[in-house]
Ligand binder design. Structure first.
Ligand code: BTN
Length: 330
């Protein structure tokens, strides 16, 4: 007959062993014997599982014990957390994809409704701003793209970027109870380190927005060791900062709630109320900033946001200038 274990990979067999003997230590030797692989290969498989969110305790002479499983995002949990009528109601959950931005764009082109949300446990080609890549390993992050279809001029897109930053920042503050702030234009920082990046891509026609895809990437439950070494000094996770695991479904749901509320206010009343909220959460205002713009490097003090979403900076000679795109360091 058909043996269900025949097609299983070593890591699935391993998991099955640990689950069947929940709470017990299993020696490396026994695993090696049962799986027919070397001790080194056992250790490698355990580490591979650790990278995807499984936790093992290793005790010499006793072996390994499974102490934690990764939390999976489920549509049911998410729908429960999002008390919305539009944002996130049409949901596509993926185990792995290149970029949720591209998935969302394909859905948009097929006529998907506003509020369509694509979430992936892992991205293999995660995109950051300015052509950078975005590290998106499985299990502990929140990688998602939300489709918006506002009937607005293309020039409004930067305001939507700032609106998204406000929504995400508010959701992070309430769910993870951390002191998160916004660095212009849309990075979310905690204690000076980045925990979330936002990438808004818009498509237009005749100077009007056809649709926007708000891409949100949050380092939620990564431990410090899971962040790439070269990024550890500038990146952090909600878990590192709050000292607790954060429920990703609750966080995604909270973001949908905030987005729906803010987007509603924005469409009805314009950018004013959103700008006020952004300024209240900003870590860039009234600080010395260095701006790396396409036109060169500028130094000055960030003073406010203008009506289009640009950052107004007072240069050392007192002159005021507007920064429309680029990066700032605070
Ligand atoms: C940045 O700070 O450079 C922006 C990072 C945006 C990352 C998110 S993760 C979900 C969505 N899919 C992508 O490929 N990028 C965005």
């Amino acid at each position: 007959g058909h043996n269900p274990t025949e097609s299983e990979q070593p890591e699935q067999l391993l998991l099955r062993m640990f689950r069947e003997r929940a709470g017990e230590y299993i020696s490396g030797e026994e695993i090696s014997r049962q799986l027919g692989i070397s001790r080194t290969a056992v250790w490698k498989q355990i580490n591979k599982l650790r990278e995807t969110g499984y936790e093992f305790e290793a005790v010499s002479r006793k072996g390994y014990r499974l102490t934690g499983e990764p939390s999976r995002l489920t549509a049911a949990d998410l729908m429960l957390a999002a008390r919305t009528s539009v944002m996130g109601r049409n949901l596509k959950l993926l185990a792995v994809t290149g970029s949720t931005q591209d998935e969302a764009r394909a859905l948009a082109e097929q006529g998907a409704p506003e509020g369509t949300l694509v979430i992936a446990e892992e991205q293999t080609k995660g995109k950051g701003r300015m052509g950078r890549s975005w590290y998106s390993p499985p299990g502990n992050g929140l990688w998602m793209s939300l489709l918006l279809r506002p009937d607005l001029p293309l020039g409004s897109a930067p305001q939507l970027t700032l609106l998204t930053a406000v929504a995400v920042c508010r959701a992070i503050r309430s769910v993870a109870a951390v002191d998160a702030g916004i660095k212009w234009p849309n990075d979310i920082l905690i204690g000076g380190r980045k925990t979330c990046g936002i990438l808004l891509e818009s498509t237009g026609e005749d100077e009007r927005i056809r649709y926007c895809i708000a891409g949100i990437g949050i380092d939620v439950n990564m431990a410090a060791e899971e962040l790439p070494e070269n990024l550890r000094s500038i990146m952090t996770s909600l878990r590192i900062e709050s000292g607790q695991e954060v429920d990703r479904s609750k966080l995604a749901g909270a973001i949908m709630n905030e987005m729906e509320q803010l987007y509603g206010i924005y469409m009805a009343e314009g950018f004013g109320p959103v700008a006020a909220l952004w300024e209240a959460l900003s870590v860039s205002l009234n600080k010395a900033v260095t701006a790396h713009t396409p036109g060169g490097v500028l130094k000055g003090t960030a003073v406010s946001l203008d009506s289009s979403g640009a950052l107004i900076v007072r240069l050392s000679d007192g002159q005021m200038t507007k920064i429309i795109s680029g990066d700032v360091t605070v």
